[in-house]
Design a protein around this ligand. Sequence first.
Ligand SMILES: C[S@@+](CC[C@H](N)C(=O)[O-])C[C@H]1O[C@@H](n2cnc3c(N)ncnc32)[C@H](O)[C@@H]1O
Length: 268
Amino acid sequence: MSEWKELNQESKLMWNKNAEFWDDYMGEESNRFHREIIRPHTEELLDVQADHTVLDIACGNGNFSRRLAEKAANVVAIDYSSKMIERAKLRSELKQIEYKVLDATDFDSLIALGNDRFNSAVANMALMDIVDIQPLLKALFYLLKDNGVFVFSITHPCFQSPNMRKVHEVEDMGGIVESRNSIQIFNYLTPLPYKAIGIKGQPTPHYMFHRPLSYYLNLAFQHHFVLDGIEEPSFQKENETNQFDWYEIPPAIILRFRKYAAASNNHL
Ligand SMILES: C[S@@+](CC[C@H](N)C(=O)[O-])C[C@H]1O[C@@H](n2cnc3c(N)ncnc32)[C@H](O)[C@@H]1O
């Protein structure tokens, strides 16, 4: 088995181990990070219409899929963790959501979802958890209709990378106490797998796959997508009581890529 296949297997086991904990924690409404930072911008960028069919990639417990289903005609929600999908199904019996155990690194299974089927696709905080995103970007060209969009959020790779260090400094400047937060980055350019914690207390750390921003952009450009939306959201300072949070350094980046329609005619 190749090194990447082994990593993918190991990574899936970790998500299966974490599924119950993750579902209990995220519940129906997800956490504050998702509610305040991810969802509002993602929903705006996706602009789901009543007659749309939407693909939710790496859907976890399906909390966002169910939100999508309130607006869209049909939602297909995929995740490679059978335990996550089990939990997602337990939470809803909405007919317009089709949950599927499907590995987003498997090009053939992705393509089998249907050529030209989707108006949009979304992957919330997931691509940095997927061992290889090349098959997915390649498949999305076929899955999406012309001018269809792919919106994804990831941990901001410029500010969160393997071995990064968060620094909180407090300095007494002649009676005036100043405090500052900063980040030290040690690895940025080299793609690298590493283990991390998404939610404090999760049963096991999971793999994350660091890639520089140019990797994501160039991969999408290569597969005939154009970038036409971007957000670097952060928490609102006035609502925040925790002094150790970060207002100036966005924890996530959200990108919208649009399938370049003219490319369909020339694509192999
Ligand atoms: C951080 S969770 C995000 C879940 C969900 N999108 C949300 O916002 O709540 C990452 C998800 O990616 C899934 N995942 C990781 N690699 C995958 C792959 N190769 N194919 C499908 N799902 C994958 C995991 O099982 C997990 O549910």
